[in-house]
Design a protein around this ligand. Structure first.
Ligand code: GLU
Length: 473
């Protein structure tokens, strides 16, 4: 009888466990536990602590639920999902594509991004045109990735001879590294992963796009009922989409990567090694005087003059920060080709432009808009903001502004503005380039070993983010 009762009790307990509801668990415990992997597109350690697209998104959910976020880093994709399987996290947010195999194991959210798959090669090597054209080129993918599943499917159906190597690594950096140093000829990965890291591997390029779009989703810990958490996540994603905040977040994390050409990245990587050491001390000094991030000032100076104090343009702007004569005079610069004077004048001018923008433009959009003003003047920036508003965009958002700025080149639009034609597209590229340079300098200038708790950087921070690839800094 006693054992019968014990059995009954056990059965009840078990039923109780199965009833465990993730949302209840989170709200009762005051903590949302999210498992992710470390990569520049998901989650990494920045200057001010953990950051990344997935981290920010998870933070938004935690805020929405009114709880603390605990982010558990996993080393590989397989590990992310096994953490989740063991219910060591409430959900996985790790740049994970929706696949049939995963959907059979876990509940998942609605998609928050759509990303294509690319095959990357090294320029100068044979460039395959499509999946039928791989020959005996060595192809690498991340073990446990959606791409591995795609390859398995192709092998089982149309391409029995297909061969590849799956690497159990934390992130796609390792794949690119292999192609870069010739240990493999091709890598298959998400387009955004490549785009964001391309600048660090200037010799690599897209061989072809697989032509299928993968949807990125969050997966929920197994066990019923998990639907309440799923519904909250879906609701959040939908709201973020409708309010345009999802796009904004994507732009913050990935937006800067699109503008720069491969050649441009290559030249920048070389200039960091060859030119920057000469100017870094001075740039840091001036940045400190004007309370600017030196890496931003360095990025602007590079975009302006490629760190050449003698630079001159046909339109008459000169020097490291390419000041016009009137601006130089206004900023107290007597000799524009004196690099210290030029940096000071440029820093002061930039800060003045940023300060004079309407107070309700938030950072970092404010900085990007001040750069537009530096490039094409405050008048055109003001026109572009009016036009953005007229077109239904939000003039406080850089993501919106960059969409409408190029219209200032079209007669039908600039006819209607106060100050007329402006090189809007050039201004967009100007800002995007600077953002790109700035972000590369930020990665290169990261703290290598700290902080330790709660995140052990040595274990999961990708090499590229530790700043060891371009050691010149
Ligand atoms: N999105 C991929 C996946 O879900 C991981 C990233 C990659 O391999 O590029 O497996």
């Amino acid at each position: 009888m006693r054992s019968y009762l014990a059995l009954l009790l056990f059965a009840l307990l078990l039923a109780g466990c199965q009833q465990r509801d993730s949302l209840r668990d989170i709200l009762d415990g005051g903590e949302l536990v999210v498992v992710s992997r470390s990569s520049p597109t998901t989650f990494y350690l920045g200057r001010e602590g953990p950051t990344g697209f997935e981290y920010d998104l998870a933070q938004l959910l935690a805020e929405d639920l009114g709880v603390e976020l605990r982010l558990e880093p996993a080393f590989t994709l397989t590990e992310v999902l096994s953490h989740l399987e063991r219910r060591e996290a409430h959900l996985a947010a790790a740049g994970l594509s929706l696949t049939a195999e995963r959907a059979a194991r876990f509940h998942h959210s609605v998609p928050y991004a759509e990303i294509s798959t690319q095959v990357i090669y090294r320029t100068g090597q044979r460039r395959p045109a499509d999946m039928d054209d791989l020959g005996d080129l060595r192809l690498v993918v991340l073990a446990g990735s959606s791409h591995e599943q795609t390859l398995e499917r192709l092998q089982a159906s149309t391409q029995p001879g297909l061969r590849w190597q799956s690497l159990a690594e934390a992130d796609s950096t390792e794949l690119l590294e292999r192609v870069e140093n010739g240990e493999a000829e091709l890598a298959m990965l998400d387009a955004n992963e490549f785009r964001i890291q391309q600048a660090l591997y200037p010799r690599l390029a897209v061989a072809f796009d697989l032509g299928e779009i993968q949807e990125m989703v969050w997966y929920m810990a197994p066990g019923e009922p998990g639907a309440a958490l799923q519904a909250r996540v879906n609701d959040l994603f939908q709201r973020l989409r409708e309010e345009g905040r999802l796009e904004l977040l994507k732009d913050r994390h990935f937006g800067h990567a699109s503008a720069l050409s491969r050649i441009g990245s290559h030249t920048f990587a070389r200039s960091i090694r060859t030119q920057l050491p000469e100017w870094r001390g001075m740039i840091r000094q001036v940045a400190a005087e004007y309370q600017l991030d030196w890496r931003l000032l360095a990025a602007i100076a590079y975009q302006e003059s490629h760190w050449d104090p003698e630079a001159t343009s046909p339109t008459g702007v000169r020097g490291m920060m390419m000041l016009t004569t009137p601006t130089a005079e206004e900023m107290g610069v007597s000799n524009r080709t004196d690099p210290l004077q030029s940096l000071r004048g440029g820093a002061r001018y930039f800060k003045q432009l940023r300060r004079r923008l309407p107070g309700d433009i938030p950072e970092p959009d404010r900085t990007w808009m001040a750069l537009v003003a530096y490039n094409i003047g405050r008048a055109h920036l003001s026109d572009a903001r009016v036009l953005t508003e007229r077109m239904g965009g939000d003039p406080h958002r850089w993501a919106d502004l960059m969409e409408y700025l190029p219209l200032l080149q079209k007669r039908e639009y600039y006819r209607t503005t106060k100050y007329g034609f402006a090189r809007g597209l050039e201004a967009v590229n100007y800002v995007q380039n600077i953002r790109h340079y700035y972000s590369i300098l930020q990665w290169q200038d990261q703290p290598a070993e700290k902080p330790s708790p709660p995140l052990d950087t040595r274990e999961f921070l990708p090499e590229v983010l530790r700043g060891v690839r371009l050691q010149a800094l």
